[in-house]
Ligand binder design. Structure first.
Ligand SMILES: [Zn+2]
Length: 512
């Protein structure tokens, strides 16, 4: 029997930490459900002690996810650990992931602690956590740049205290595959009780080697858990990408000889959901989930693929969920069909009220657009105005006028805390005028740092999906809006970003 490789997804924690990728509780829940459908072994749902918002997100994910272990990150202190344990109370299977930096640079400059103090704190933290939850993961932050002798002492001590998974992060993305693999191998050889824990890799992509480093940690180092994110989401150049690392192990099973439990057919849907939610667009030539990943443009390749697919294809597009552009629903589809499709897409709306609101939007869309694709449905539910009664700002209506040679004008009606207001403005273009009309009333003063439009299913008939990234007082948020009219989509995206700026909670910084 082959060894099992544990897939630990940290899209909702490390991925969400990247500037602009912050998600609401509902968005996190939706993604967590999709991760469960993917059969991810462990979902790192957040960092419970960092803010009330994070605590609630971890708690609600712990309460609904049944098949995956739900994990919370926690610094190595009693308060953080107790908070994590509390958030995880409702979980079928819970894990606490505690960390402390062990590299000379981080201990001296960041923690201002001596190595002995760090060793003591790590040991105590694991001992404390072990009494609350049985499944404990420990990470020496910046582990790869730590002194190996010191690291051996710390890891041996935390395993003795009951840590069941030892993760070796390459926090800054500095590792090289062979060196990283050998680093883990030597730790496992030197630490007498290393066989009492499962070893894990956590790599960042600063040099484009996060996937390669993770695989070397598995093959050379003997690690049996990989920490990764959908689309490689994460700070700076991101984390190891789940889809790439999973398909590498599956496609080259002849070499790795490991089993992964991931149901790969849900990969593309997960990728879309994460990119639509965060506004981090997937590049077309991205492995596995990029729009061109399975497109054979050259004549020679097309000819080969038509004669025998495996001439140029090492994976099958349908195995990772590329069944896209299949018409799934239309104008005549009923509420039940809609609800069922939502479930198949991994979207579970909380209440009947939310389903009704989403269905009303679906009908409205179907009136304007004859073919409704999965992408449209996902955009429709990720459009935050579905749950607008909870939000401060909600879109109502928009009219704008533009003509060659004239300056465009826009008038927008929206709600502020349930009350309708309107704003008017002119601008350089209809989108600019519409957003200025909102700003004329709201006066957030936020700076727009990104504006992007995507056609959800590829033609001008499709819905436009707009991402707006706003920056204010050191915070960065994304708003996403979808509509066949891109000016309306832009206004919705802007309002959704304002909602996120409004519902802010200061967060404690986590590890990289
Ligand atoms: Zn990280």
């Amino acid at each position: 029997m082959a060894d099992k490789l544990i897939i630990f997804d940290t899209t909702l924690r490390d991925g969400e930490q990247s500037p602009g990728a912050s998600m609401t509780k509902d968005e996190k829940l939706r993604i967590a459900r999709q991760l469960e459908r993917l059969k991810v072994d462990v979902i790192e749902a957040g960092f419970a002690a960092s803010s009330n918002g994070d605590f609630e997100a971890v708690q609600s994910i712990a309460n609904v996810i049944k098949d995956s272990t739900v994990c919370s990150l926690s610094r190595a202190n009693d308060r953080d650990i107790a908070r994590a344990a509390e958030a995880l109370k409702g979980a079928n299977s819970a894990r606490i992931h505690t960390f402390i930096a062990t590299s000379p640079l981080h201990m001296e400059k960041k923690l201002r602690m001596t190595p002995e103090q760090v060793l003591e704190q790590a040991t105590q933290a694991v001992r404390f956590a072990r009494n609350l939850v049985g499944d404990i993961e420990f990470s020496p932050e910046d582990g790869y740049r730590s002194d190996p002798d010191f690291l051996c002492r710390v890891l041996e001590a935390v395993i003795r205290e009951g840590a069941t998974t030892i993760n070796v992060p390459d926090t800054v993305g500095y590792a090289i595959p062979e060196l990283y693999g050998n680093f883990i191998k030597s730790l496992r050889e030197r630490i007498p009780n290393s066989d009492k824990a499962i070893w894990s890799v956590h790599c960042h992509n600063d040099l484009g080697m996060a996937v390669a480093n993770s695989l070397a940690g598995v093959k050379i180092g003997g690690a049996r858990q990989i920490e990764c994110t959908i689309n490689g989401l994460g700070e700076r150049a991101g984390n190891c990408s789940l889809e790439e690392v999973v398909m590498a192990v599956k496609t080259r099973r002849d070499y790795f000889g490991l089993d992964v439990g991931i149901d790969t057919q849900h990969i593309v849907a997960a990728s879309r959901m994460v990119s639509q939610t965060t506004g981090f667009v997937v590049q077309p030539n991205k492995a596995v989930v990029g729009a061109n990943a399975f497109a054979h443009a050259s004549g020679i390749h097309q000819d080969g693929v038509l004669k025998a697919r495996d001439t140029y294809e090492i994976m099958r597009a349908e195995d990772v969920g590329w069944t896209a552009n299949k018409i799934v629903l239309g104008k005549l589809s009923g509420r039940n069909a809609f609800k069922q499709r939502l479930q198949e897409l991994g979207v579970a709306l909380e209440s009947e009220g939310e389903i009704n609101a989403a269905f009303a939007k679906f009908k409205e869309l179907a009136d304007r657009k004859s073919e409704i694709f999965d992408e449209d449905i996902l955009a429709l539910v990720s459009d935050e105005s579905v749950s607008s009664e909870k939000e401060r700002y909600g879109f109502v209506s928009l009219s704008q006028h533009s003509e060659t040679g004239e300056r465009p004008q826009a008038r927008i009606v929206f709600t502020v805390a349930g009350k309708e207001v309107q704003g008017t403005s002119e601008g350089n273009g209809p989108v600019d005028a519409s957003l200025k009309a909102i700003e004329a009333h709201v006066q957030s003063g936020a700076e727009m740092v990104l504006y992007s439009v995507n056609a959800i299913s590829g033609s001008t008939e499709s819905q436009g999906e707009v991402t707006v990234r706003l920056q204010s007082a050191g915070r960065v948020v994304n708003g996403v809006g979808a509509d066949p009219d891109i000016v309306v989509a832009s206004a919705k995206a802007y309002l959704s970003a304002l909602n996120k700026l409004h519902s802010t909670a200061e967060r404690v910084a986590a590890q990289g």
